[in-house]
Design a binder for this molecule. Structure first.
Ligand code: HEM
Length: 365
């Protein structure tokens, strides 16, 4: 499609952008490529445009600073170490069902300050969400979203009732964090977020973690198993891990698409997209574009990653990227430190829009 029809139209996706350059153009013009693709629910901050997006985005960014990540690193390492130690040696294990979800949910719970009893319901929720998305079943997607809202509302209510005795964690912090709306709504200076805004923000963090990061676990184990020489190089040189993870993510992007809505007629890649059109940004394709990356389909961890769009770009660039990079680095480090070899026996691809693999059967020695 990149070579033949880089801006393609179909009923389901609207206008798909396949070229790295065209995707970057859309990301650089949020006033033309709006994120308000749905008016049914608020989506904090990904369904918002400027100026509303700015203060809600500021709240997000406060929780993923380098200082917070540094403080959180030992907790992630403890969780990942114990999960890796528990992996059976010398026998088949399906990483997707036995490891990936636990890995993501444990980190999510530790980050948010949620209790261990929420682990299983969240894993089941993730599965229901995945199945409903696969079936494109709107009613079920709505029902599943409501179920999640219930869990979060309970956590928020408990913290409100506890007052000063509430646990000192990120969930409590979010409850009291002030959003500065003075620039967009004169007279309404600073206020705490409404329950609806809080639940939406937390849902988006949770989906980032539970669905995207758990998909990454399968992608990474599959890569290490299929590239034993590179696994050994990283085992001996752990400082090379961040660059390797970035390149693995470029090649096997754990997020395939995101959507936009045009606010005016716009010319992209030689084609005019009319105002009011649905646009699909294809991250997977943009990250394999031969005009943006030399030998684009090959793995070269030393390459320049300036055009890598795995975490997006522009005002909606992933706020959780520092956390994702940290947990993926620790995953690779701990998997390689605890094993002599990783063999991948079988894999099954997921079906769009779910990403990565639905099964990765591996043997650890
Ligand atoms: C490897 C894992 C991840 C990948 C590949 C990823 C990728 C992305 C991408 C490409 C975007 C931009 C979407 C767009 O422009 O429409 C995005 C946005 C976002 N991501 Fe992530 N993400 C990951 C993990 C996370 C995590 C761990 C969190 C939170 C804990 C998170 C929270 C968000 C939020 C809230 C947005 C919306 C930002 C905005 O609209 O301003 N993501 N992510």
């Amino acid at each position: 499609m990149r070579a033949k029809c880089p801006v393609a139209h179909d009923e389901f996706m609207g206008y798909s952008l396949f070229k790295n350059e065209d995707v970057k153009f859309a990301l650089a013009h949020p006033e033309i490529f709006s994120n308000r693709v749905s008016t049914r629910h608020i989506a904090v901050p990904n369904g918002m445009d400027q100026p509303e997006h700015t203060p809600f985005r500021a709240i997000n960014d406060r929780y993923f600073t380098p200082e917070r990540m540094q403080e959180f690193e030992p907790k992630i390492r403890t969780e990942v170490k114990s999960l890796v130690e528990a992996l059976p040696r010398g026998e088949d294990i399906d990483i997707m069902s036995e490891f990936a979800k636990l890995y993501a949910v444990r980190i999510q719970n530790a980050f948010m300050g949620w209790p261990a009893c929420l682990e299983q319901p969240l894993i089941e929720w993730m599965e229901k969400n995945r199945a409903a998305t696969l079936r494109r079943d709107r009613q079920e997607i709505e029902k599943v979203a409501l179920e999640f809202d219930g869990y979060i509302q309970d956590l928020l209510r408990l913290r409100k009732e506890a007052g000063a005795q509430a646990p000192k964690d990120i969930t409590t912090e979010l409850l009291h964090d002030l959003i500065d709306l003075s620039a967009i709504s004169p007279g309404e200076d600073q206020r705490t977020m409404t329950d609806e805004e809080l639940v939406s923000l937390i849902r988006n963090w949770t989906v980032g973690e539970l669905s995207t990061v758990s998909a990454c676990a399968g992608i990474i184990v599959n890569f290490l198993g299929k590239n034993p020489q590179e696994a050994q190089r990283l085992r001996e040189n752990p400082s090379e891990t961040p660059a390797a993870v970035e390149e693995i993510m470029r090649l096997e992007d754990p997020l395939v698409t995101n959507r936009r809505l045009t606010t005016q007629d716009v010319e992209v890649g030689g084609r005019t997209i009319p105002a009011g059109s649905r646009v699909t940004i294809n991250w997977t394709s943009a990250n394999r574009d031969e005009d943006a990356f030399e030998k684009a389909t090959e793995y070269h961890p030393g390459r320049n990653q300036d055009n890598n769009l795995v975490y997006g770009a522009g005002i909606h660039v992933c706020p959780g990227a520092p956390l994702a990079r940290l947990e993926l680095r620790i995953l690779v480090e701990e998997l390689l430190a605890a094993t002599e070899s990783i063999e991948v026996k079988t894999t099954k691809n997921s079906v769009y829009p779910v990403v990565g693999y639905s099964q990765v059967v591996a043997v650890f020695q």
